[in-house]
Design a protein around this ligand. Structure first.
Ligand SMILES: [Zn+2]
Length: 350
């Protein structure tokens, strides 16, 4: 007997269809002046109903959108087309998905309320930990500087200087503070992260008080692919060595000590194959890699992983300290760091 049951469509499939037909959906919601360009749509944001005809951008590949004028994307439960529907129509999630399916003319028998809740939960997890959902380089989300400056206009001196950093470092790395109570990054130092071509691929927020988690990453930042500060090093010619550190604040400290060829891994704990590919691609003259992770068990473990990846391709140094005087680079003095760097051969991996 033939089965007549329609194939079930999950929320990912529905969203994929919605993203490629976003123009239709947005029109149905009262968005005006819509112009479809290669991979994205611009128009007048119908959520805050201002009169700027290019206030809104929707990226068709990822389904992520931005309201440049009023920051409407900060006011929704999820930053995809369903978030737009919920905001505009005041429907709940389940009914927003039904509305979407209706507009697109697709059946949605497979989607249950639980599916939607699970999906929503997964998105929250992605938001906190970053995600590998986007496979190719071309597809990762690039944040506009304009959006970043709009969302985080304020520079923090007090916290940063109280931790012993110079104001020049703060400007060099374009660090901000989020003091907007309604923002999900409230009370965090905001650290923009750029790829080797200088495009902003995300940002991290470090809590300035006891709030958890201590680190929070922006939507779809891909820690295993990007290396902190590689954008600054790539601009220089003939870089023949790099120092790979565990934290972004280690990179700042090393910069202050005069070591500018320093990159940081982003929260994933180690140097990955993806990082090696980035280094090979944009720093072809590098022949030495210095691994300098935290002076604790986790740091030593991650360092060993990094060494294993690096040593067949590069002359590799692994800085493992003999004592427990310092936990990480930010605690060390300039003289101490200079002393280690001038004795670097001691740490060469055979
Ligand atoms: Zn808006």
């Amino acid at each position: 007997m033939l089965k007549t049951e329609k194939p079930k469509m999950n929320l990912d499939e529905i969203l994929n269809i919605a993203n490629s037909n976003a123009l239709t959906v947005l029109k149905s919601l009262g968005f005006e002046s819509l112009v479809e360009r290669n991979g994205y749509i611009t128009g007048r944001c119908a959520l805050h109903t201002g009169d700027n005809c290019t206030s809104f951008t929707f990226y068709k590949n990822s389904g992520v959108w931005t309201c440049w004028t009023a920051g409407c994307h900060n006011t929704v439960a999820q930053r995809n087309i369903i978030g737009i529907i919920m905001k505009k129509t005041s429907l709940d999630l389940e009914h927003s998905v039904k509305y979407l399916c209706g507009i697109l003319g697709i059946p949605a028998p497979g989607v249950t309320k639980k599916d939607i809740e699970d999906y929503n939960l997964r998105r929250k997890v992605d938001d906190i930990f970053g995600s590998d959902v986007i496979a190719s380089d071309e597809n990762y989300v690039v944040f506009d500087d304009k959006y970043f400056n709009f969302r985080f206009p304020n520079i923090d001196n007090t916290y940063f200087v109280s931790r012993g950093f110079n104001e020049g470092t703060l400007r060099k790395f374009n660090l901000r503070i989020c003091d907007n109570k309604n923002d999900s990054f409230y009370k965090r130092i905001i650290i923009p992260i750029y790829d080797s071509s200088g495009r902003m691929v995300g940002f991290s927020g470090r809590a300035i008080d006891e709030r958890k988690p201590k680190w929070k990453h922006s939507y779809r930042l891909q820690p295993k692919k990007h290396l902190y500060n590689i954008n600054n090093i790539c601009k220089k010619n003939d870089v023949n060595y790099i120092i790979v550190c565990e934290g972004m604040s280690d990179v700042w400290k090393m910069y202050e000590f005069g070591f500018e060829n320093c990159v940081g891994v982003l929260g994933c704990g180690s140097f990955s194959n993806g990082h090696v590919i980035s280094v090979m691609r944009c720093l072809p003259a590098v022949s030495n890699i210095v691994i300098w992770f935290d002076n604790d068990e986790a740091g030593r473990k991650s360092a060993q992983k990094a060494v294993n990846i690096s040593k067949s391709l590069y002359t590799t140094y692994n800085i493992v300290l003999d004592d427990n005087k310092y936990n990480d680079i930010t605690e060390m003095s300039k003289d101490y760091v200079m002393g280690i760097m001038s004795n670097i051969n001691k740490y060469k991996v055979q």
